[in-house]
Design a protein around this ligand. Structure first.
Ligand SMILES: [Zn+2]
Length: 368
């Protein structure tokens, strides 16, 4: 008799824990979204959507908003309320969102009632079950590496008159091989020989190829030969004088080799605001990628850590993917130039960049 009571209690508690199963029309194996009951209302942790829908979640604490990207659509939760927005439509969850131990608990009515309205073709629900179209695979599959300069544009000219364009091409080729052999990705290069490619065409190529990452590889120059070290940039208006100096140096290509003032004007006319928006969406990811690359480069090269910086590079503008620009050392520094020419050192740098990309991809793909 006792056992019956226990069994009934177990069954009863299982019923209370009404997790939601997500089944896919494509036959992909199902996912479970765990739910929890608070004051008689059912909630789920919003991060549970990552595994089921490869969604992306962005907290915007200042505006009390939580942005959810699901099936490439943006849904905005207004925190501490029961409202959410999709396009121009507002929806009411019935009960407010709860923030508990840094977790965002969303009423399950979002899954059972609102998602099927927003995505009528993708999502059907029955009690505790969702039948969904499989989420898009947004993992990193294609990487464009961009060796700076080339052809008529030598880039920085080293202490012993070595050209930046040649060093970065050698490093890029090593990196491409390492990536293709050790990471499940396709690698494309904006140039694989000594030819001139305009800055605009480099980003356009990455966009056209629908690359998931864009990595531009450079070496630096400075009028003081003592200056040395590695630094990684991501796009924004340059924040420090130093960053502005590197920006001016790399952007000068346009004036010198792409047609003087006219060409510069053309780049400036490529509405910066629009271009900025293209990168804005990837700002946080570009920053994360830059941090990982910088950490690995410093550790491997033992070079001076010049840090992760923001600058407004023409070559990163308008890229619709996380994008960074690496400055692997100063050609104008005798010691660093010597190292940069060295094949073993180039190989080491390439491995360091690989490790940074691998770390980033691992985290990034998990979120997808
Ligand atoms: Zn350069």
């Amino acid at each position: 008799m006792k056992y019956w009571v226990i069994l009934l209690l177990v069954l009863f508690s299982l019923c209370l824990q009404a997790d939601i199963t997500v089944e896919y029309k494509s036959g992909m194996s199902a996912e479970i979204i765990r739910t929890t009951k608070i004051d008689n209302h059912e909630y789920f942790n919003i991060y549970e959507l990552n595994k089921a829908f490869h969604s992306r979640i962005q907290e915007n604490i200042l505006d009390s908003r939580l942005n959810l990207n699901i099936y490439n659509q943006q849904i905005i939760f207004l925190l501490e309320s029961s409202y959410l927005k999709h396009l121009s439509q507002t929806y009411n969850l019935g009960t407010p969102i709860i923030i508990q131990n840094r977790k965002y608990l969303i009423p399950t009515s979002f899954l059972t009632h609102i998602l099927p309205i927003i995505f009528p073709e993708k999502i059907e629900t029955t009690k505790n079950k969702i039948i969904a179209t499989a989420p898009e695979d947004n993992s990193i599959k294609r990487i464009v590496i961009d060796p700076g300069h080339g052809g008529k544009d030598p880039g920085a000219i080293g202490y012993s008159s070595v050209f930046e364009k040649d060093i970065v091409l050698q490093i890029t080729k090593k990196l491409a091989n390492i990536l293709e052999d050790n990471l499940d990705v396709e690698v494309l290069m904006t140039r694989d020989c000594d030819k001139f490619v305009s800055l605009q065409d480099r980003t356009k190529y990455a966009n056209d190829q629908q690359a998931n990452l864009f990595i531009s590889i450079h070496c630096n120059a400075h009028r003081y030969s003592k200056v040395n070290g590695v630094e990684v940039f991501y796009l924004s208006t340059a924040k420090t004088d130093d960053a502005r100096a590197v920006e001016a140096l790399e952007n000068a290509v346009v004036y010198k080799y792409e047609g003087g003032k006219e060409a510069v004007k053309h780049y400036d006319d490529l509405s910066f605001i629009l271009a900025d928006m293209a990168q804005n969406e990837h700002l946080e990811e570009s920053y994360n990628l830059a941090m990982k690359l910088q950490a690995n480069l410093v550790e491997t090269s033992h070079s001076k850590n010049r840090g992760v910086k923001q600058a407004n590079f023409y070559v990163l503008r308008g890229a619709f993917m996380p994008s960074v620009l690496l400055e692997l050392g100063f050609m104008t520094n005798k010691q660093e130039e010597k190292m940069l020419k060295n094949q073993n050192y180039q190989e080491k740098l390439a491995w360091a960049i690989f490790e940074g990309i691998k770390d980033f991809k691992y985290k990034y793909d998990q979120m997808r």
